[in-house]
Design a binder for this molecule. Structure first.
Ligand SMILES: Cc1ncc(COP(=O)(O)O)c(C=O)c1O
Length: 459
């Protein structure tokens, strides 16, 4: 029987995770689905974790896992890095507070440091998440160009709000022609206004993209892109360079959403690897070391849309003055530029400068080891990705976009992922693999052994 025809038995999973199941029974009484983010749920129920250290997670049943989800890529310094802990304590003592609620020196210092890796970010603003970051970048593009529509690529994720929550994981049968995809909403409750103001572009298809952008150039404020789709399907250099050229010619702002790729595809992100300068960049995840952050930056003239008019507060309508709100782009947040988190970000950069290159090397070792194992077992597979993220994609064919990925062997991949959970290898089934400074040779060996067990003894 072909390996992908063997039905999957949850028995061992159910047996190992009894306490998770019990927890979930309680959690569903107070939280819809027992979770606080739907993405964190999976069938038959998600595993409840209670401890993390280095490269490891431990669940409520006491099972240990090598963590490759790493909080969806955020934890490149691993769980609870000692230097991070030390910095937090030191910073809280030095600052005397955990939140100034005013401008402070570290905002400037970190901005300068970020610029040294991302020279395209001539000015920056801090947000509390990647979602808030892309929201601000898009508002900046709308304000600067005076245009309304946004173009995004099929299969790309930019946060969970109405403007961009389209065609991330659409049913290919409903997603329209390959060169002119149709916007498919990814949530109930999205205002139909946004469906009229989004255009879906075909990734790695320069001709198709150019045709759509040309047709709508007077309405499109920005193209937002994950330069490496989902963190693991790279844009071809010709595509990304071509996109830069076309957007420049058409007066469309190019936004690189590097929330996943920032600091992971080398410290300078995908833009450094491709040698392409976007107009705006959004960073998040890795730089926060596990704490919430987003950073938006780009061309000075665009970023300045968000600058306050120094003579007045946008909310100040005292002394009979008219509000100046519509003259300025509104950007605010109680926790923006959180001083303790910016200190952590500074330490994350120290750690990555010291150890980042080793993580790249170990990722390559793991990718090669996995490819060898699958080849020997006769299962078509590629460890697809750049830098310190990749995904196990079960096909030998070229994977250049969302639809190619749908044509890979997803059901077998899912089966393998569940079997690996039983072997102590954690990623949410079907998710990508991210590595951290804490993933050493020992963890790589253990992971390859676990795969060997699954591929040869369990399938
Ligand atoms: C490319 C990309 N953009 C934006 C976001 C949203 O970031 P956050 O979850 O921090 O709001 C994510 C999160 O996965 C992402 O991968």
């Amino acid at each position: 029987m072909a390996v992908d025809q063997i039905s999957f038995d949850f028995y061992e999973f159910l047996h190992r995770t009894e306490k998770s199941r019990e927890w979930l029974k309680k959690a569903v009484e107070v939280m819809p689905g027992g979770v606080t983010a739907n993405i964190k749920s999976f069938a038959p129920y998600p595993i409840i974790m209670k401890h993390g250290h280095g490269a490891y997670l431990e669940d409520v049943d006491g099972n240990e896992y090598i963590d490759y989800l790493l909080a969806y890529g955020a934890l490149m310094i691993g769980h609870n890095h000692p230097k991070m802990k030390e910095r937090i304590v030191k910073q809280l003592e030095e600052d005397g507070t955990n939140l100034f609620g005013t401008p402070h020196e570290r905002e400037y210092r970190l901005a300068k440091r970020i610029q040294s890796y991302y020279p395209s970010m001539e000015m920056v603003r801090y947000t509390n998440s990647g979602t808030e970051g892309t929201l601000l970048a898009i508002r900046l593009a709308n304000a600067y160009t005076g245009k309304q529509k946004i173009a995004k690529f099929e299969g790309h994720y930019h946060g969970g709000y109405d403007k961009v929550l389209f065609s991330i994981n659409p049913d290919p049968k409903k997603a329209g022609p390959i060169h002119t995809p149709t916007p498919i909403p990814e949530s109930k409750g999205i205002d139909p206004y946004y469906e009229k103001n989004i255009l879906i572009l075909p990734f790695n298809d320069l001709k198709g993209t150019e045709a759509i952008l040309n047709e709508h150039k007077d309405e499109i404020a920005a193209v937002i892109i994950e330069p490496i789709q989902g963190g693991f399907i790279p844009a071809t250099p010709a595509f990304i360079q071509g996109l830069r050229k076309i957007t420049e010619q058409l007066g469309i702002i190019l936004i690189f959403d590097e929330v996943k790729t920032g600091f992971r595809i080398g410290i300078g992100g995908a833009q450094s690897m491709y040698g392409v300068k976007p107009d705006l960049t959004v960073l998040g995840k890795v730089i926060g070391g596990g704490f919430p952050i987003g950073i938006v930056g780009g061309k000075k003239e665009i970023m300045m849309e968000s600058g306050p008019k120094h003579s007045s507060d946008v909310f100040d309508v005292s002394q009979g003055k008219k509000t100046t709100a519509t003259e300025v782009l509104f950007h605010s947040g109680t926790y923006n530029g959180h001083p303790t988190i910016l200190a952590v970000a500074d330490t994350v950069l120290d750690i990555l400068e010291e150890e980042g290159k080793e993580v790249l090397k170990r990722t390559e070792r793991l990718k090669k080891g996995l490819e060898d194992l699958f080849r020997k077992r006769g299962i078509p597979m590629q460890a697809l990705g750049k830098g310190t993220i990749f995904s196990v994609v079960l096909t030998e064919k070229d994977v250049k976009n969302y639809r190619d990925l749908q044509n890979s062997n997803l059901s077998l991949r899912k089966k393998i992922d569940y079997l690996l959970l039983n072997e102590g290898i954690y990623t949410k089934p079907m998710n990508r693999y991210s590595l951290s400074v804490a993933h050493g040779d020992r963890e790589i060996e253990r992971t390859l052994d676990a795969y060997q067990n699954v591929l040869y003894k369990k399938l």
